[in-house]
Design a protein around this ligand. Structure first.
Ligand SMILES: Cc1cn([C@H]2C[C@H](O)[C@@H](COP(=O)(O)OP(=O)(O)OP(=O)(O)O)O2)c(=O)[nH]c1=O
Length: 190
């Protein structure tokens, strides 16, 4: 019997690469087009879950549809994505020398329409960053499109003193949770 098809509802090449580490090559990559504006007073966990859920539902495909959403949070505050240098600089200035949370929600829609979700939560602490370190990081461009204006999988890891949780979750697809989600939805892993 053929393995069931898995559609990855994400434009993130990191999510695809992480999925491949589970031995799964998505049959198709179909990024979900949704409004990613947080609601008024929406808390980071609720926001990440809602985004993953909406992305999984927005894709009009049959088979298993997997979506994810990664949010960097300082307390109750949702940090923006690194859209431009000024935003990334603001994020790094705020994250400097303090702990923050990285929430990675995943949602899986099974062929029968059942939707299951999981949330991975990690804590990351940057060293106290000097202006030079921030500017050097900004010049790398690695912050572009990344939640909280940094990417742990690149240069930023050398500025991170400590982390607790799921490294793959911070990068965008928590592998432990993804495996559990796929198994509990009846997806046959190799
Ligand atoms: C914190 C952090 C985030 N990120 C990335 C993961 C996500 O791709 C991105 C957060 O934005 P997301 O909205 O989660 O994902 P996306 O817009 O890249 O893709 P899609 O919505 O189509 O699935 O930030 C890293 O790559 N490294 C990190 O260390």
């Amino acid at each position: 019997m053929d393995a069931p098809a898995l559609i990855l509802a994400s434009a993130s090449p990191r999510r695809r690469d992480l999925l491949v580490r589970l031995g799964i090559e998505p049959k198709a990559i179909v990024p979900a087009e949704i409004d990613e504006t947080p609601q008024k007073d929406e808390l980071p966990r609720a926001y990440a879950r809602r985004m993953a859920h909406e992305k999984a539902c927005a894709v009009d495909e049959t088979g298993y549809v997997l979506a994810g959403d990664t949010v960097v949070a300082v307390g109750r505050r949702i940090m923006p994505k690194g859209e431009d240098e000024a935003t990334a600089r603001k994020c790094l200035t705020l994250l400097s020398g303090r702990r923050h949370r990285v929430l990675s929600a995943i949602a899986l829609r099974a062929p029968d329409g059942t939707l299951r979700e999981r949330l991975s939560e990690s804590v990351v602490r940057f060293k106290r960053l000097s202006t030079e370190e921030i500017e050097h990081y900004i010049a790398s461009g690695e912050w572009h499109g990344k939640a909280g204006g940094y990417a742990i999988q690149g240069l930023a890891e050398s500025l991170i003193e400590w982390m607790q949780g799921s490294h793959s979750g911070v990068v965008g697809l928590p592998l432990y949770d993804t495996r559990i989600l796929l198994q509990s939805s009846g997806f046959r892993l190799g």
